[in-house]
Design a protein around this ligand. Sequence first.
Ligand code: TRP
Length: 391
Amino acid sequence: MLKPKETFKVTPWIVEGEVNYEILVEKFGLRKIDREILNLFISAIKEIPPLIRRGIFFSHRDLDKVLREFLQGKKFYLYTGRGPSGPMHIGHIVPFLFTKYLQEKFKADLYIQITSDEKYMYHKEYKPEELERRTIDNILDILALGFDEKRTYVIDDLVDIKYIYPISISIARKVNFSVVRAVFGFNESTNIGMIFFPAIQAAPCFIGYFVSKENKNCLIPAAVDQDPYWRITRDIAFKLGFPKPAQIHGKFLPSLKGLGKMSSSIPESSIYLSDDEVDVRRKIWNAFTGGQPSIREQRIKGGNPDICRVYSYMYFLFEPDDKRLKEIYEECRGGRRICGDCKEELINKINYFLKKHKQKRESIKEKVKNYMLSEKVSLEDLERNVYRLLR
Ligand code: TRP
């Protein structure tokens, strides 16, 4: 296990330790969101997206270009995804909520790739019978967040492979093993499925151009660990005749237990979308906070919201009102608020959210078809048939 501040690791498959985003920006060669980007958002949609204002989406590649071109009348489409390795927790929904916001504000098409193939090939313990169950389960959780039915296309890799395969092989032909080895750290014992997989995850970066002529650019909102995929994709985009896909990167929701990010493999560190009220209460009461050992000390010295998980959940997801958030922060610092106050407030908010979520999840069940790429678009319908890419 890594110790705090010592070191951290971010790859598409492993995120460990307390991530220092400043260092990550340097290491990955990303651009931080700056004043220019904020101004472009204001020109385009008259506001700064709340998750950007809070610094949760913090860096990018070519976002300035996509926004500038949007202001000149060039539409972009969105692409994001999920590897169904297990049940979804509330950390997983942060990029999807942000994507939903962008879809609404920019009236953008959206492609959501479900990579059960990736999880099957990567996790040796993944059982074949889990593939379908987890895929459906995760799709329901994602769609329950409320995407625009007309503009959203879910790509289930195993079912929709015929849509993306021609794109994947045209990408694969241009990427050498030495490149994926360097970017992903693959080696002699990496299975050959994983070596090809980057070409599958890259394909939706281009599929939007085949579905609609309106799509002039691709923007990918995703957690920052996915960035390595887009480095490769950006390198070969021009060779295939497409613009480089742009990205906007998000931070990870911290673990409830104090070190690192919320993780599916440590159940008590996460709030699952399927948790009941009792689970939520127990987990939040056991969460790591910035509080003092006793109420008396807390009243005298005040707490530290900057390290507090309960506060960070309000910050990431559950307290949209900036003014209220600031009040909570200051009340905590000043000792006027004790941890129990915050915990109760957060428990109520999460339970309310989950109750609504479960209802929406039920009601979306019969509508799933309306979102699936293969139900909405036939191969022949594609404006520029994907096979033309191979010529
Ligand atoms: N590899 C991602 C995961 O493990 C899934 C994914 C596929 C994705 N395409 C994406 C994530 C595009 C973000 C953006 O979760």
